[in-house]
Design a protein around this ligand. Structure first.
Ligand SMILES: [Fe+2]
Ligand SMILES: [Fe+2]
Length: 243
């Protein structure tokens, strides 16, 4: 698959892969950019061009994952991007999925009891997903930022150890697998098992939304597991060595 480079015009990039739209938004770019290249836009908006390139290429091509390059970025820039992604999920994706599920069930004719399964499965997924995001926002990310800060300013070390006496990043990525499975099951219920007594176009919109979200979520987890976690393990070793 063709990878993009910083001299690519962003408009052409979007024509080639429109699934990048939410990604460029959370990296700080809004539409209406004319013929500017990625490099020109990043300079204009004060965005790190290399980080922008890595994130869009990782998203665009599942097989592209330059762990080495991505691990060179500071944890603060990675966490900032991950937090913006969380906001996008909570403020837009979940309400939109709920709206589509309501519409899907509202437009069902005859016996719709089985179709209610969708809401049940979705709620289970949502509960786990939202509590996972809260866990990252309230514990994991503050822990990583404090750890990073303590390494850069040794005077802050005792505060860090006081705040997080026992926490380590180990085991953090295990939760991602469960959420992926739940999302896969949800799609499969519609594809394989529900009686098609609903509006097919609304069903397709819901499924398309779930597929897009699944891609986004997998990508997000991949960055947390393959970039953030190894970086944090490195930082944990550093702080222990200097203890
Ligand atoms: Fe996350
Ligand atoms: Fe996560």
């Amino acid at each position: 698959m063709e990878l993009f480079n910083e001299n690519s015009k962003l408009a052409i990039v979007i024509h080639k892969d429109h699934t990048l739209l939410p990604v460029i938004n959370r990296l700080g770019i809004k539409l209406g950019f004319g013929d500017l290249t990625i490099k020109e836009l990043c300079i204009k908006e004060g965005i790190d061009t290399t980080f922008f390139m890595e994130i869009i290429n990782v998203f665009h091509d599942e097989n592209y994952f330059s762990e080495k390059k991505l691990r060179d970025f500071s944890v603060t820039i990675v966490i900032d991007y991950l937090q913006k992604t969380h906001r996008y999920y909570l403020d837009y994706v979940i309400p939109e999925q709920e709206r589509l599920i309501d519409l899907f069930l509202l437009n069902c004719i005859n016996d719709c009891k089985e179709n209610e399964l969708i809401r049940k499965f979705y709620n289970k997924f949502k509960e786990e997903f939202v509590s996972h995001l809260q866990f990252e926002e309230t514990l994991v990310f503050p822990y990583i930022l404090a750890l990073n800060d303590a390494i850069q300013n040794p005077a802050k070390k005792s505060i860090f150890f006081g705040q997080f006496p026992d926490f380590t990043i180990k085991g953090f990525e295990e939760e991602h697998g469960n959420m992926d499975e739940k999302m896969f099951d949800l799609k499969n219920i519609i594809i394989k098992y529900l009686p098609p007594n609903y509006d097919l176009n609304i069903g397709n919109s819901l499924l398309t939304n779930l597929f897009m979200f699944e891609k986004d979520m997998n990508n997000h987890s991949r960055i947390e597991d393959k970039i953030l976690t190894p970086k944090v393990i490195q930082l944990e070793k550093m702080i222990k060595k200097d203890e």
